[in-house]
Write a protein that binds this ligand. Structure first.
Ligand SMILES: [Zn+2]
Length: 255
């Protein structure tokens, strides 16, 4: 499994950086976690074919996590790309129908789209609900509580590996997914956001110390709240437990 981060930024604070968007590649199959970046444009820039995208998963209904769907639809549907069939899994609150009104003014309706197929997933149970399993990748949505309702972290399982994307979490992370601390087998990777909490604070560091993982990636960082110096401190403090990577756009990792 390879994960390529097309966008890692908090979005409002940096030049030439895009919001949270990651592509999980398993062989020729590609899956997208969040679409905060102009997704169609960046997939082309990274030579990831639209026809290879099986599914897109949106963690929560905030524009910096779904706005990239506008760019993707405008390319693959506005310009009628062939051999594209992508399932989009989204929670309540993502304004899909409004997006189609805006783009096509009634000429294409979201439910009639031939290329992007939308699936609303309901708020998950506390332990999580499986929202997708194509025999290659299994995705379990785990509820979290940031600033908008219907928000989720995603547990990904493929090729015997376990990865967790935190989505956006509440300040000081009271909603940090419990499975990260309770699991019997360590995660291969945890991807956590750094927009809403001070990571060097004790509530967050206590979660990080209790996390069972082989590595941790920090993305979606607000550099004013979590400075470079603070990130060095997090890396140093956790070094005895696991390596921490503070990443930027274009970073990729093979698991
Ligand atoms: Zn966000």
């Amino acid at each position: 499994m390879k994960i390529t981060f097309l966008g890692t930024s908090h979005g409002m604070t940096e030049k030439n950086a895009f919001c949270a968007t990651a592509v999980v590649s398993i062989g020729e199959r590609h899956y997208v976690i969040d679409a905060g970046a102009p997704l169609g444009t960046l997939l082309q820039n990274y030579d990831i074919p639209f026809s290879g995208i099986r599914a897109i998963f949106i963690t929560h209904p905030h524009h910096d996590h779904f706005l990239g769907l506008v760019d993707l639809s405008s390319l693959v549907e506005g310009f009628r790309f062939q051999n594209v069939s992508i399932d989009v899994y989204h929670p309540e609150g993502v304004p899909i129908a409004k997006m189609y009104d805006f783009l096509y003014d009634g000429k294409i309706e979201s439910q009639d789209s031939e290329r992007l197929h939308y699936h609303l997933y309901q708020d998950a149970k506390p332990d999580g609900d499986v929202i997708f399993d194509d025999g290659v990748l299994k995705v379990t949505a785990i509820p979290v509580e940031p600033y908008v309702p219907h928000s989720h972290a995603f547990l990904l399982e493929a090729e015997g590996k376990k990865v967790l994307f935190s989505g956006d979490l509440h300040k000081d992370m009271p909603d940090y997914p419990a499975v990260l601390e309770q699991t019997d087998t360590p995660f291969d990777l945890v991807v956590v956001e750094a927009a809403h909490s001070v990571l060097t604070g004790e509530p967050v560091m206590a979660h990080f110390r209790a996390t069972k993982t082989k590595r941790l990636i920090i993305q979606h960082r607000n550099p004013r709240r979590n400075t470079d110096e603070m990130m060095e401190k997090v890396k140093e403090d956790l070094a005895p437990l696991y390596p921490v990577f503070v990443i930027g756009d274009g970073y990729s990792i093979e698991l």
